[in-house]
Write a protein that binds this ligand. Structure first.
Ligand SMILES: [Zn+2]
Length: 50
């Protein structure tokens, strides 16, 4: 694999890894939720709080 393609692949993996770390853990039930979720999928706890 050409080096520039390897660099691109590394950058892509880093981006995916960074996105994975944007997961948040529900303070109510300790379930992990994707960053795109604003409400816990498991217990419906609102991330924004009330
Ligand atoms: Zn929850």
């Amino acid at each position: 694999m050409p080096e520039d393609q390897a660099d691109a692949a590394t950058a892509l993996l880093a981006a995916v890894d960074a996105r994975a770390h944007l997961e948040w853990v529900c303070p109510a039930c300790d379930e992990r939720n994707p960053a795109s979720f604003e409400t816990c999928w498991k217990c419906q706890h609102d991330l924004a709080g009330a």
